[in-house]
Design a protein around this ligand. Structure first.
Ligand code: GDP
Ligand code: MG
Length: 171
C-alpha cells in the first residue's frame, strides 16, 4: 500500500492576524478567543483531500521572528499560507515582502502559496477591500480566500489549507 503523502505547511503573517485561531479552527472546528501570541507550535492534521488521505504538518509561526528564523521556517516548509487581517492595512502591506523573502529562500523553485484575508466577520471595520486581496493574489499567481476563524460557515478555512495541499502535490 502506498504511504499516505505528507506535506509541510507554514503559516505566516503579522502578529495578531489570527494565524493561531485559523489553525485551531482547522484542527478542532472551534474558535479559541485568546491564544498565546508568542507561541510557535507545530501540529499534525489528517484530511481526506480528493479521495486521498493527506497528512499535514503545520507550523503556526508567532509572526515576531527575526529574519534568520523566518528563513529557517521557509526552508522547512513545502507550502505557505500568508495571512493578513482585513481590518489591519499594515498586515496587508506585509504580505508582499513576505512573498519576496519566500521567493528568495526557495529560488529557483516555484513556491506553493495561498493568500488568506482573515476576520471577514468584521466587515464594518474593514480596511482592505476584497478586490485588493484578489488583485494581490493574482499578482502572486496564488489562490485567495477571505475567511473568518470565528465564523467559518462555509468551511473556507479548511478549503484554503486543502487547496494549498493540492498545490504542493502538483509540484
Ligand atoms: P496570531 O498572532 O496571528 O496567531 O493571532 P491570534 O490567532 O492569536 O488572534 C489574534 C486576535 O484576533 C485574538 O484576539 C483573536 O481572538 C482574534 N481573531 C482571530 N481570528 C479572528 C476572526 O476571524 N475574527 C475575529 N473577530 N477575531 C479574530
Ligand atoms: Mg499565534
Amino acid at each position: 500500500m502506498a504511504k499516505s503523502p505528507e506535506v509541510k505547511l507554514a503559516v505566516f503573517g503579522r502578529a495578531g492576524v489570527g494565524k493561531s485561531a485559523l489553525v485551531v479552527r482547522l484542527l478542532t472546528r472551534r474558535f479559541i478567543w485568546e491564544y498565546d501570541p508568542t507561541l510557535e507550535s507545530t501540529y499534525r492534521h489528517q484530511a481526506n483531500i480528493d479521495d486521498e488521505v493527506v497528512t499535514m504538518e503545520i507550523l503556526d509561526t508567532a509572526g515576531q521572528e527575526d529574519i534568520q528564523q523566518k528563513e529557517g521556517h521557509m526552508r522547512w516548509g513545502d507550502g505557505f499560507v500568508i495571512v493578513y487581517d482585513i481590518t489591519d492595512r499594515g498586515s496587508f502591506e506585509e504580505v508582499a515582502p513576505l512573498r519576496s523573502l519566500l521567493e528568495e529562500v526557495k529560488k529557483p523553485k516555484n513556491v506553493p502559496l495561498v493568500l488568506v484575508g482573515n476576520k471577514s466577520d468584521l466587515d464594518h471595520v474593514r480596511q482592505v477591500g476584497t478586490e485588493e486581496g484578489e488583485r494581490l493574489a493574482a499578482e502572486m499567481a496564488c489562490a485567495f480566500y477571505e475567511c473568518s476563524a470565528c465564523a467559518d460557515e462555509g468551511g473556507a478555512v479548511a478549503e484554503a489549507f486543502h487547496e494549498l495541499c493540492r498545490e504542493v502535490r502538483r509540484r
